[in-house]
Ligand binder design. Sequence first.
Ligand code: HAM
Length: 450
Amino acid sequence: MSDKKEKIVAIKGMNDILPADAPLWELFENTAESVLKSYGYQKIVTPIVEETGLFARAIGAVTDIVEKEMYSFTDSMNGDQLTLRPEGTAGVVRAVVEHNMAYDGPKRLWYKGPMFRHERPQRGRYRQFFQFGAEAIGFSGPDIDAELIMLCRRLWDDLGLDEIRLELNSIGNAEERQRHRADLIAYFEANIDVLDAEAKRRLHANPLRILDTKNPAMQDLVNAAPKLLDYLGEESLAHFNGLKQILDANNVQYTVNPRLVRGLDYYNRTVFEWVTDALGAQGTVCAGGRYDPLIETFGGKPTPGIGFAMGIERLIELMKAQGEPAEPSQCDVYMVHQGDEARMKAFILAERIRDAGLDVVLHCATPAGAGSFKSQMKKADGSGAAFAVILGEDEVANGTVAIKALREADAAAQQNTVAFDEAVDYLVDQIVSGHDHDHGHDHEHVHYHP
Ligand code: HAM
C-alpha cells in the first residue's frame, strides 16, 4: 500500500465558492442588500441549527423537506434533536415570536445564508445552498404582497437580468382549501388508475401537491382538476384582485398559474415564483408567499406574514449566462522589496497606504524564497494593481521609493522616484484623481456588464 494520503473532498452537493466567483457573489449580495434597504427592510440573523420540531411544525410533516430532506441529528452532548435549517422562514418566525418583535408594529426583515436539504444534487440543486430572503410580518393587505414582488423586479433590473418571469396564484385560506380538497380527492379517486405511486401516497395526506407532479402521464388529469381559484371566498378574491391591480398599475407582468401550490405547508392566499428558462430544470430563482396562520402556531398572537427566498447559486448562474463575467477584484498597490531593511520599510509603508484607504498587497516569501526583483515585478503585473511600489537597497539608502504605473499602455515609461514620506500622498493623488482609474476611485473593484 502506498503511504500517499487520500484526498479529502467536499461533501456531495456542497460547493466551495472560489475567489474567481467571489466578485459576482459580492455584486449580487451588495445589490440585493441595497435594494432591500431602499424598501426599508432590516437585517436579521438566526442560527443555522434549530430544534428539529421547529421545521416539522412550520413547514409541515407531510412535505418533501420534512419527510426526507432534513439534515437532522442528535446532539451527542445532551441528546437534543437538532436540524440544519432547510429554509429561513421558520427560524425568522421563531425569532419574531421569541423576541416579541411584532408587538410594537409590523416588521420588514431580510436575511441571507446557507440552507441544507438532502436532495439529489444536479445543476442548480445542491445540498448546501444559499438563500437571500425577506419576511414582512404584521401586514395584512395586498400592498405588501405587491411591494415584495416589485422589490424582486427592481433587483432583477439592477442586475440586468431580463429572462425572469413571474407566476402568481392564490391558494385561499384553510377553509377554502378544505372544500377544494374534498372535491380534489373525489376527482382523483374517480381517476385512480391514472395516478402514479407517489400521487396515490399523497392522495389523502396532501392532495394539493399532486397538482405539482412532473409526470407526463398525469398532466391531462391535473390540468382538468378542480382549481383552487374557483373556491376562493369574497375576502380571498378581493385580496388577490387587489394584488393584481397594484401589479397592473405598476406594469409588472405576471401569469396566473392555478397549479402553483408550493412545497411548504405554511402558505395561504398569495403564492408566487420567479422562473427562468435559461437554467434548465431548476429554473425557479425565487419563491414565496403569504403565511398568515404561521405565527399563531408558534404561540404568538395572530399576526399575518409574507415573504420570499431566492436561490443565490441559481441567480449567479443566470448572471453568468446573461452578462460578461465580472473582472477579478484588483488592488491599488503591489509592494515589491529586496533585502531585510527594505522589507521592514515596506511593511511600514504598506500600513500607511492602507491607513489612507487604498488596497495594498505586500509581497511575502514563499517556500521558493523571497523572489528576485524580476519575479516580484511579474507578480505585481499579474495582481492587476494600478501601481508597484518598489523598495530596494538604493531606495532605502536614499530615503525614497520607486513608484511604477502598471496599467497604462506606456507603463514602462511611467516610473517616478518619490521621497519615502511623500509616497502615500503621491499614490492617493494619482489614484483618487483618476489618473489611472476610468471609474474614479470608488473602491468598487467589481465590473459587471449585463
Ligand atoms: P423554497 O421554494 O423552498 O422556499 O426555496 C426558495 C428558493 O431557494 C428556490 O426557489 C430556489 O431558488 C432555492 N432553492 C431551494 N432549494 C434549493 C436547492 N436544493 N439548491 C439550490 N437552490 C435551492 C423557501 O425556502 C421559503 N422559505 C420561501 C419563503 C420565504 N416563503 C415565505 N418566505
